[in-house]
Design a protein around this ligand. Structure first.
Ligand SMILES: Nc1nc2c(ncn2[C@@H]2O[C@H](COP(=O)(O)OP(=O)(O)OP(=O)(O)O)[C@@H](O)[C@H]2O)c(=O)[nH]1
Length: 312
């Protein structure tokens, strides 16, 4: 972070939330405590591992907020006029998130030593700061709710769910298209599962679904994505494999379940299950829906042909 010379623009600054309704004369005085700094793209401004002493007001560029790890998708992007670091600036603690310059940026930075004096000078700025803090608390609560309600994991099997499939498909299909490599999809459905539930009970059905999930997942490569698509349906994405290479893999998965004629569960020994599989390869600019529709019709054909088989 480099200190730079900066030409004050009171008009622009009065638009920032922190300075809303602060009288121009007062604002000019307050600004003497701020230092302008330039940030390079990717520069870490705040990290949970470093105690923060500053409040940052973004003048130009973009700051990205990451939770947990810098590699996670940002949960928020801060734009000019917005602040960062206000919570840790006030409680003199470590920030709870990473804040990273998403592009070359300019910030105004205020050291916490100046805080008490400044707040005494401008109760309006204190009120603005409190409002910013309230907004951050509400944002945090929304993120918690969002995470709980839309988690990407299926609680029964521990596999990713359909929501994740939508996310991962964008990434994998783009990557494969860019590298001019194929991508295949297997859609699996447990055979006669209604009868299995009716005969052995719904809980037994749940254990059978877990058996399918764990048996198949353990045979896949890390880059393959297996998701629980719906009740007794699963979708597997096989990046970098065309139909001809994906077919023996699907067949191997099918046989591995066929060979488990019974398994241990907390309910005692239960019979195994078989699956029917539909196979489809991504076409140019295939949407997820398009690819699913073709894998689904191949699955329908596998069912028509007698179940416990692969079609496509
Ligand atoms: N135990 C259990 N059963 C589920 C779950 N989700 C869906 N099911 C059941 O899966 C069954 C699916 O039945 P159907 O769609 O008729 O299909 P099927 O009996 O497998 O017949 P085919 O697919 O044609 O072989 C329904 O009875 C659902 O209640 C679940 O999470 N746990």
């Amino acid at each position: 972070m480099k200190h730079i010379k900066w030409q004050e623009d009171l008009q622009q600054l009065s638009q920032a939330r922190l300075f809303h309704n602060v009288a121009p004369g007062n604002l000019k005085r307050l600004l003497t405590e701020f230092r302008a700094c330039a940030l390079a793209a990717g520069e870490v401004v705040l990290s949970p591992f470093n105690r923060n002493q500053h409040l940052y007001l973004l003048l130009a560029g973009r700051l990205d907020v990451h939770l947990g790890s810098i590699d996670n998708t940002p949960v928020a992007n801060l734009m000019p006029g917005e602040c960062a670091g206000e919570i840790s600036f006030i409680d003199n603690n470590c920030p709870s998130a990473y804040v990273v310059a998403g592009e070359p940026s300019t910030v105004l930075r205020l050291h916490r030593d100046a805080l008490v004096g400044l707040l005494r000078q401008s109760p309006q700025m204190m009120q603005n700061l409190l409002e910013l803090l309230c907004e951050r608390v509400r944002q945090g609560n929304r993120i918690i709710l969002d995470t709980e309600q839309h988690a990407n994991i299926d609680t029964l099997t521990g596999l990713y769910n359909r929501r994740w499939l939508e996310h991962i498909y964008v990434r994998e299909s783009t990557r494969c298209a860019f590298n001019e490599s194929p991508l295949s999809m297997l859609m699996l459905d447990v055979d006669h599962f209604k009868a299995y539930n009716d005969t052995h009970g719904h809980l037994a059905g749940d254990y059978a679904l877990c058996l399918v999930a764990h048996t198949l997942r353990s045979q896949l490569r890390p880059k393959d994505s297996m998701t629980r698509f719906g009740g007794e349906e699963f979708v597997i994405l096989l990046p970098e494999l065309g139909e001809n290479d994906a077919r023996p893999i699907g067949e191997r998965l099918r046989v591995s379940l066929e060979q488990i004629t019974s398994f241990y569960s907390p309910l005692g020994v239960l019979p195994g299950v078989t699956v029917s599989i539909g196979l489809a390869q991504m076409r140019q600019r295939d949407s997820l829906q398009g690819l699913i529709a073709r894998a689904d019709s191949a699955l329908y054909q596998a069912k028509q042909n007698g179940r416990n088989r692969l079609h496509g």
